[in-house]
Design a protein around this ligand. Sequence first.
Ligand code: HH2
Length: 288
Amino acid sequence: MDGAGVPEARPSIWRAGPHRWSFPGRTLVMGIVNVTPDSFADGGRFADPGRAIEHGLALAAQGADILDVGGESTRPGATPVSAAEERRRVLPVIAGLVRQCQVPVSVDTMKPEVAAEALAAGACIVNDVAACRRDPTMWRLVAEAGAGYVCMHMQGTPQTMQDRPAYEDVVAEVGAFFEERLRRLEEAGVDRTQVVLDVGIGFGKTVLHNLQLLRALATFRRLGRPLLLGVSRKSFLGAITGAAVEDRLPGSLACAVWAVIQGVAVLRVHDVAETVQVVRVTEALLGM
Ligand code: HH2
């Protein structure tokens, strides 16, 4: 046990193209670049590629370790977009960011055809919120590219996931999902060192499910892979506090402190400067 009473993390490495991170170590901050008209927190603000690139560069200057570029909102009930439209949104932004800064770029997509072109444009991580898929095409291309892979749990699809999420035991079921996915990823040729795991806060979960998963974060370390967490400005923070989406930074930061204590390796956030500061101070308090 460490000073905070949390089990020690097993040492692990995350490889993503030419990049390699070791954990336990400095928590990485992944800055969100949503090139969409309808994302729940910032929809429409960066839909223009030039503004999205500018925003990504600003997040890099604030200390983002990774930039996560997405062209399709996954908020509950979001309208799906075609692969052609998603490519049109993300590819120029990925190419621009790769050209103009050194920070590794990730693509937030459920579609293998978008992921393939994003990797060709210089992205080195595929953030797959639909890792529940049956078809291994996405995994094969991740394997071939030697890319990093975010394996996220979701019950249902963004269109149906909040209809009535139900689990016997959400923590056990997400843990079993991770174990099964790690096996199938390996069968598809993806090395474990390429994979990080994400419980998928808000993706087919009630407020109570989200809290149960957050309380149990440290238990998922037994799987020996780094954990990624996305809580930034999400609706469960509003359900707890009554805060509107634009006022959820304090709640998001409270979760960031908690996540660092629990040993989360990567935090996916809208507010990079504030999160970096909170993370560095929490690490210092933990003696990391
Ligand atoms: N959350 C969102 C999108 N992608 N990826 C991972 N790995 N984990 C998450 O928790 C996660 C994610 C939703 O947030 P956002 O991108 O801000 O909104 P939208 O989906 O509406 O674009």
